[in-house]
Ligand binder design. Structure first.
Ligand code: 5AD
Ligand code: SF4
Length: 467
């Protein structure tokens, strides 16, 4: 937890509410209340949730995952695909029963769904037991909203999206002790035609590089050994900023921090992945040998319709440049199957690209129409069932490639960070600076430290021996 005394003027306004809540909560509940944060979606949300937890703990709540004993519950939601939204509605529906059992329970919805007007209206009408709805750029005002609601305010719906400067110094309660998220930018300017993110997270805004550096140094000092820099498109970090520090330079600055740790980052957009960045990864020993480079489709025709600003050839030459400079690089990607108007011939180009690149793993999605995006208005003649068949074909291909990856990995030695205890007593889970996780026999005292492991076999997970 960040020390509340460190909070500087940027967060002073909310700090006043935090201080007021510390007294108010005790008199309102008659005991120290509990709070629950339920997170859906991407790492950006996981990172935002660590700030929600930080604010709640600072205000005097104890965190709990048990929804039946909680006094405050917040759902940090994802809108990227319909499936994620359906899960959220199922979850917030449960609040009715929770409130019956605890009438003083306060319930909130934030994140990308909450930012959409259509969702906020639906909650207003159909979920009267939700007290607060907060958009993506006002979530730092949580202490104020709770304070106002406890003091008798009407239900609060605050979704201002003005792309104002990033609010720094929000208290943070990180989930992990060795692995931590470090957001470097928020929002997205790319407007891929299928994607809701630019509409719900607003324009790209980069954090001050010296704030990032300060936070990275503090994390290293606190014992973090694996730091992931986060942003919707980290490669465009610093664009248009007077300080002139781009993502590659920022990486070099973090790499120069003294200490033994791994730097990861996500997500990268191929159009902004420069040779300077590849050279930086090659040169800097602390940077993970892993590039998550979503290509979405192997068909140049579909990439154009997606508004991705690169074509199949451009992507493949980028991969070639990455492999030349970083021979041990692990490549991963996101793929959308069944974009409106995609034919089997287009999809076959996705299959052939997957075969050619040999990714370590893939995140594959069936296209999901998103309200208000350009792709939603395109003709989409291929049935869901047909898209499902294509999707299965892609999974099958990736399984074959995975078998190859396994063959190439077993027998090799890696330096891993001991991240967690395995299910079996006396075993730990370690992760390479790429994407491989391995289970091996070791003492708990190694948790949070690096060690060398040889990978012996694979039986659903890699099994290894500490060297
Ligand atoms: N339908 C399916 N997948 C999507 N993604 C983003 N929007 C959609 C959508 N409408 C996928 C992309 C992106 C990942 C985070 O989610 O592959 O890279
Ligand atoms: Fe969405 Fe494209 Fe921005 Fe990624 S780069 S968040 S897919 S609009």
């Amino acid at each position: 937890m960040q020390n509340i005394a460190d909070v500087n003027s940027q967060y002073l306004e909310q700090f006043k509410y935090i201080t007021a809540l510390r007294d108010k909560l005790l008199s309102y509940y008659g005991y120290t209340p509990k709070a629950t944060v339920v997170t859906f979606g991407c790492q950006q949300n996981v990172s935002d949730s660590e700030k929600l937890k930080g604010m709640l703990v600072s205000a005097g709540y104890i965190l709990t995952d048990d929804e039946t004993e909680t006094d405050f519950i917040i759902f940090n939601t994802c809108a990227v695909r319909g499936h994620a939204e359906d899960r959220v509605y199922g979850n917030i529906g449960k609040v009715k029963a929770l409130k019956k059992a605890n009438p003083k329970l306060i319930a909130a919805v934030c994140g990308c769904m909450a930012q959409q007007e259509i969702v906020a209206e639906k909650i207003k009408k159909s979920y009267p037991y939700i007290d607060l709805v907060m958009g993506t750029q006002v979530f730092h005002r949580l202490p104020e909203f709770i304070y106002k609601r406890i003091n008798g305010s009407k239900r609060i719906f605050e979704r201002t999206l003005q792309n104002e400067p990033i609010v720094e110094d929000i208290p943070i309660s990180r989930d992990g002790k060795y692995k931590g998220w470090l957001p470097i930018m928020y929002g997205c300017n790319n407007f891929c035609t299928y994607c809701i993110v630019p509409y719900v997270r607003g324009r790209e805004r980069s954090r001050d590089p010296y704030k990032i550096l300060e936070e990275a140094k503090a994390m290293v000092k606190a014992g973090y050994k694996d730091i992931t820099l986060l942003g919707q498109n980290v490669n465009s970090y610093g664009k248009g900023e007077a300080h002139g520090i781009n993502f590659a330079k920022l990486l070099r600055m973090i790499n120069d921090i003294e200490g033994d740790f791994v730097i990861r980052f996500m997500t990268s957009h191929p159009k902004d992945c420069t040779i300077e960045l590849l050279d930086t990864i090659k040169d800097c020993k602390k940077i993970s040998r892993h590039l998550h480079l979503p290509f979405q489709s192997g068909s140049s025709r579909i990439l154009k319709l997606m508004n991705r600003y690169y074509d199949r050839e451009g992507y493949l030459s980028l991969i070639k440049a990455a492999k030349e400079r970083i021979p041990d690089v692990s490549l991963t990607s996101d793929i959308i199957v069944g974009f409106p108007g995609e034919t089997y011939e287009d999809f076959a180009e996705t299959l052939s690209l997957v075969k050619e690149v040999q990714f370590s793993s893939l995140f594959t999605f069936i296209y999901s129409p998103r309200n208000g995006t350009p792709a939603e208005k395109l003709p989409d003649p291929v049935s869901r069932e047909e898209k499902g068949k294509w999707f299965d074909e892609l999974l099958l291909l990736q399984e074959e490639i995975a078998e190859n990856n396994i063959k190439n990995t077993v027998g090799k030695e890696f330096r891993v960070l001991c991240e967690a205890k395995a299910d079996t007593e006396g075993y730990l889970i370690g992760r390479t600076n790429g994407t491989v996780s391995v289970i091996f026999k070791a003492d708990d005292s190694l948790l949070g430290q690096f060690t060398d492991v040889r990978i012996d076999s694979y039986n659903g997970s890699y099994m290894g021996t500490k060297i």
